[in-house]
Design a binder for this molecule. Structure first.
Ligand code: TRP
Length: 337
């Protein structure tokens, strides 16, 4: 009988790649929900630095982004008694497990993985060789992610919709292992953050680095204000009646204003008298206030990266107390003497 999630310790795990500055969409759609879950269950929160290596080849950038993501996690509450906070590259057991899992994964499964398949389709449509510019890390990405999860036997994995297939692959691989060598791994369940889909960027599409429509999280007040002033709206004048349901500015405003204020503004849309410029100013002030505390903590960590190093070292030690014995159990199960 495969282990069921009801009979084992429930835990939460999630990771973030250090590939670019975190934005408001990341905060509301990924970081905050993960932190909330991490207060309810013992948790593993980590920086997926070796996953970043499939796309980042700039030494300094990778270092900076790793500190940036670490400080962002820490500023939002990743440090508590029941959470282990670490970076992936500090846990060698993950990489040994990734090799083991790769030998149990049918190559066809990876051929069908969305991200790899999208790259191949793009090449074919552009009359290039199917694997042009695709590195093996990109191809094996889902296996490394399965190893991240399975090495902890985590039960809940909060992720965005785009990661759902990776979780399915992780479950499939865990199943193959359990059937081949006996019950070892818990089947992880994705906790999909629907809200990630709905936080729009300045152009109304989903907020995403790849669309370049993001509102950055920890930046200067001046840069934040400038960015908010760039939120796209229609060109209706103050006295004209406007449609709140299609207005991107209003959609973002709703995340930060009180319900009372939201309905006041909604009325102004419908009856006339609303100036987009002043609503943007109000939104800017709300976002500044919303992020003020965590921004101060973020900045203090960024000024003391040695502190981050020592927190990560503690996380590494706690993790390896768990991962070493589990990997030994796995080696025994497969017949590594
Ligand atoms: N692939 C995830 C992303 O791009 C990051 C990640 C790596 C991750 N390993 C993980 C997320 C394990 C959850 C669990 O967002």
């Amino acid at each position: 009988m495969p282990q069921t999630n009801s009979s084992i310790q429930q835990t939460v795990l999630t990771g973030i790649k250090p590939t670019g500055n975190a934005h408001l969409g990341n905060l509301l759609g990924a970081i905050e929900p993960a932190i909330t879950l991490s207060k309810q269950y013992p948790s593993y929160l980590f920086i997926a630095d070796y996953h970043a290596l499939t796309t980042v080849f700039d030494t300094k950038f990778l270092q900076e982004q790793t500190y940036h993501i670490a400080a962002t996690w820490l500023a939002n509450g990743a440090l508590d008694e029941t959470t282990i906070f670490y970076k992936q590259s500090d846990i060698p057991e993950i990489f040994e497990l990734a090799w083991i899992l790769s030998c149990l994964t049918a190559k066809g499964v990876l051929n069908r993985a969305h991200s790899y398949k999208a790259a191949v389709d793009y090449n074919i449509n552009n009359k290039k060789d199917a694997d042009y510019n695709v590195n093996c890390g990109h191809y094996l990405y889902p296996i490394l992610m399965a190893a991240d999860i399975l090495i902890t036997n985590a039960t809940f994995v909060p992720v965005g919709q785009d990661q759902k297939q990776h979780l399915e692959i992780a479950r499939d691989i865990a199943n193959v292992f359990n059937q081949t060598y006996g019950d070892t791994f818990v089947l992880p369940e994705p906790i999909i953050q629907e809200s990630i889909q709905t936080i729009p960027g300045i152009d109304g599409r989903k907020m995403s680095k790849s669309y370049r429509n993001e509102i950055p999280l920890y930046t200067s007040s001046k840069a934040l204000r400038k960015r908010i002033m760039q939120i796209q709206t229609d060109s209706k004048g103050i006295d004209e009646v406007k449609d709140p349901t299609t207005c991107n500015l209003f959609a973002i405003f709703k995340y930060f204003a009180t319900p009372t204020r939201v309905s006041e503004i909604e009325n102004q849309y419908k009856t006339g008298g609303l100036a987009y410029g002043s609503l943007k100013q109000e939104l800017f002030e709300l976002i500044e206030a919303y992020t003020a505390n965590s921004k101060a903590v973020y900045e203090s960590y960024m000024q003391d990266t040695q502190k981050i190093d020592s927190i990560l070292t503690q996380g590494k030690e706690k993790m390896r107390e768990l991962t070493k014995p589990l990997l030994q159990q796995i080696r025994n199960a497969i017949g590594i003497i």
